[in-house]
Design a protein around this ligand. Structure first.
Ligand SMILES: [Zn+2]
Length: 318
């Protein structure tokens, strides 16, 4: 992936769920850091373990891991980027194989994991094919994820000779943490910046303004390479962030134009923009449209009006 940073791609077998990149940084001393823990589904997890065993064998051969290092010690730190189940629900399974590993997460992520709503409200998981798999998934989702250490932001995580700075980057989720290696400019960017498509934002936990602020913060650091949780590496981080931010601006302008034609509810706006792409996209996007509308009210571009029992949006200045 990048010098000394390796990725194991963990497939999901649930409909519509993306594969997750789990990053491994060996510390040269028989331990190492995992950024994200992936899915709890056994099939996905077994794929990951097969991939990880292959990687470990390769790293031993190439001398990056001492040959005598026991397998169970290869992971000493697991950083959970945020509470979404494709990033963290595999942590209890990982702890069975790597009992010495300490799980690190931000305060907000830890609080959300405690409330467990991230997993229990996951519709994709609940709609899953058969009764048996449904049963297993519910059982697995109930495994609580224990966080050993809370990340405050801006501290350094040492991994052998390497130093990663913890960056709090809320927006997509309130407690998202990125890891940034100043020396190389490499950033592990989780869901904040993806190479293809824009990051999902929606209720109940996304924050549109925080997302923009996190993106602005990243641009200021000027990373040279981003390794996201889904899809390929981003070789031009600055341009990619600018591209995503200008895409959001165009979308805001489009929404303001639509509301200028006639008062619109959140559903009206989402339908106008997304209905052509199918009902699934419309439903996914409705939450995001709601966030953008709320943001446009907050910055004085739109205002809310009551139409019967419905809230509609109109331009703030007529
Ligand atoms: Zn996420």
């Amino acid at each position: 992936m990048a010098p000394g940073i390796f990725s194991v791609r963990e497939k999901s077998y649930s409909f519509g769920q993306p594969a997750t990149n789990i990053y491994y940084v060996p510390d040269g001393d028989g331990g190492g850091l995992l950024y994200d823990a992936g899915y709890a589904m056994y099939r996905s997890f077994n794929d990951f373990m097969t991939g990880f065993r292959g990687l470990a064998a390769h790293l031993k051969q190439s001398g990056r891991i001492p040959r005598a290092a026991p397998f169970s010690g290869l992971v000493t730190t697991i950083v959970l980027s945020h509470e979404h189940h494709d990033h963290c629900s595999g942590a209890p399974l990982l702890k069975r194989y790597f009992p010495r590993a300490r799980v690190l997460a931000s305060k907000a992520t830890t609080a959300l994991l405690k409330s467990q709503d991230a997993i229990h409200k996951d519709l994709g998981e609940l709609m899953e094919h058969l009764l048996m798999s449904l049963f297993y998934r519910i059982v697995r989702a109930q495994q609580s994820i224990h966080v050993d250490h809370i990340l405050q932001g801006n501290e350094t995580i040492d991994c052998g000779d390497r130093k990663f700075t913890v960056l709090l980057a809320p927006g997509h989720s309130p407690g998202q943490v990125l890891l940034y290696e100043h020396a190389s400019g490499i950033m592990l960017s989780s869901d904040l910046v993806l190479r293809i498509g824009s990051t999902w934002l929606g209720p109940p936990h996304s924050d549109y303004q925080a997302y923009q602020d996190s993106m602005d913060g990243i641009v200021r650091l000027n990373p040279t390479l981003m390794l996201p949780a889904h899809g390929g590496a981003i070789l031009n981080p600055r341009e990619r962030v600018q591209e995503l931010l200008s895409f959001r601006r165009l979308r805001e302008e489009q929404i303001i134009r639509i509301c200028g034609q006639a008062p619109q509810s959140t559903g009206d706006v989402a339908w106008r923009i997304y209905s052509e792409r199918g009902i699934g996209t419309y439903l996914m996007a409705k939450g995001m449209v709601g966030l953008v509308l709320g943001h446009l009210v907050a910055v004085g571009q739109l205002r809310r009006v009551k139409k019967g029992r419905k809230t509609k949006y109109v331009p703030a200045v007529k």
